[in-house]
Design a protein around this ligand. Structure first.
Ligand code: NAD
Ligand code: UFG
Length: 343
């Protein structure tokens, strides 16, 4: 099947969320028609008009749930879909420990319903939002795709289970083409400041926490531990600009039409930054001082994690173009223009 940008729809599940909305912009700019399916559990419908302001085109939108088999059947009957980019899922590690059944039901059961509906409709191209969390505690760094997988919390288990399901599916039917993209730490926002990350309640992740401190919504950042065996004692991660990530999805989609089978790929920069380095970069990009205090380690956190990004470069002809300062500048631009997020 050939990829036909303007004719068929790309189904983007979870397209109102942080990464799905940025990817929708990139797909539309590349000439694709996007159909978003989202239950708005962790997003706001306002994102649709923001996407329209950026691209000049409002994506088609169905408010619905990936667990709803009948709804999915109706969607595939109504729209001609050529491929799916599957972002929909719950993603908070701590919450997944407290509510494992919700996480398995939403992420695993929901994905199964989606894959069954795709199969029924003959749609066999998929780009899946996996996570570096599937590697668990790294045994060596950088992490390559062949590293052993070991999830350490229910959220990570759901990603790992979905990867296994997709591997089995691709083995059972050689027409399927699946790109499982293992994201490292997505941060930043569209340079327009029209769309960005808008977590509900207290942010779990570092960058939204820092930008809410900068804008005055929170008093100070708590740095979770400075006694790790790292350069400055704080945790080290591989931060990737969400626009680089979104462009990675476009490249993966194209690759999914040129190959079959299951392919896991790291989407990361291959560069490591500590918590304090990110704080410093943010201060430099924004000109705002970030108050912080060192507190206990967060249970379950790993010391360091960064990607070997070479396989994605080779398979997708894609690599990250944006550095730490640009990630911070774009996060700050979004936060300044939208101090309360989409509200
Ligand atoms: P997000 O919460 O902003 O977006 C997810 C979207 O999916 C939301 O709009 C939510 O309303 C929707 N959704 C959730 N369950 C649904 C369901 N059952 N039916 C329909 N819609 C549903 O999250 P994000 O940061 O954009 O992440 C997107 C994907 O990438 C997720 O699968 C996440 O696990 C994965 N991921 C994210 C990160 C990260 O740090 N942000 C890292 C690795 C992987
Ligand atoms: N951190 C702080 N203070 C905060 C928040 C985070 O010091 O308020 C530290 C953490 O201890 C860690 C680093 O900042 O050292 C990054 O933490 P994040 O919560 O931003 O990101 P994680 O690497 O812990 O987790 C993220 C996603 C997971 C995903 C994982 C791997 O939240 O869903 O990346 O992709 F599984």
């Amino acid at each position: 099947m050939k990829l036909n940008p303007s004719k068929d729809f790309l189904l983007v599940t979870g397209g109102c969320g942080y990464i799905g909305s940025h990817t929708t912009v990139v797909l539309q700019k590349a000439g694709f028609q996007v159909l978003i399916l989202d239950n708005l559990k962790n997003s706001k419908p306002k994102v649709l008009s923001r996407i329209q302001e950026i691209t000049g085109q409002r994506p088609e939108f169905v408010e619905g749930d990936i667990r709803d088999a009948k709804g999915l059947e109706a969607l595939f009957q109504k729209y001609r879909v050529s491929a799916c980019l599957h972002f929909a899922g719950l993603k908070a590690v701590g919450e997944s420990v407290e509510q494992p059944l919700n996480y398995y039901e939403n992420n695993v059961q929901g994905s199964l319903q989606l894959f069954k509906a795709m199969k029924e409709a003959g749609v066999k191209r998929l780009v899946f939002s996996s996570s570096a969390t599937v590697y668990g505690q790294p045994k060596s760094l950088p992490l390559s795709e062949s590293a052993s997988r070991q999830a350490e919390n229910p959220y990570g288990q759901t990603k790992l289970m979905i990867e296994h399901i997709l591997e089995d599916l691709c083995r059972s039917d050689l027409d399927w083409s699946v790109m499982s993209l293992r994201y490292f730490n997505p941060v930043g926002a569209h340079p327009s400041g029209m769309i960005g990350e808008d977590p509900l309640g207290i942010p779990n992740n570092l960058m939204p926490y820092i930008s809410q401190v900068a804008v005055g919504r929170r008093k100070k950042l708590q740095v979770f531990g400075n006694d790790y065996p790292t350069s400055d004692g704080t945790g080290i991660r591989d931060y990737i600009h969400v626009m680089d990530l979104a462009e990675g999805h476009l490249a993966a989609l194209r690759a999914a039409f040129e190959s079959t089978g299951f392919q896991a790929l790291n989407l990361g920069t291959g560069k490591a930054a500590s918590v304090l380095e990110l704080v410093q970069a943010f201060e430099q990009a924004s000109g705002v001082k970030i108050d912080y205090e060192i507190v206990q380690r967060r249970p379950g956190d790993i010391a360091e994690c960064w990607a070997d990004p070479r396989l994605a470069r080779e398979k997708l002809n894609w690599s990250c173009q944006r550095g730490l300062i640009e990630m911070c500048a774009d996060s700050w631009n979004w936060q300044q223009k939208n101090p309360q997020g989409y509200d």
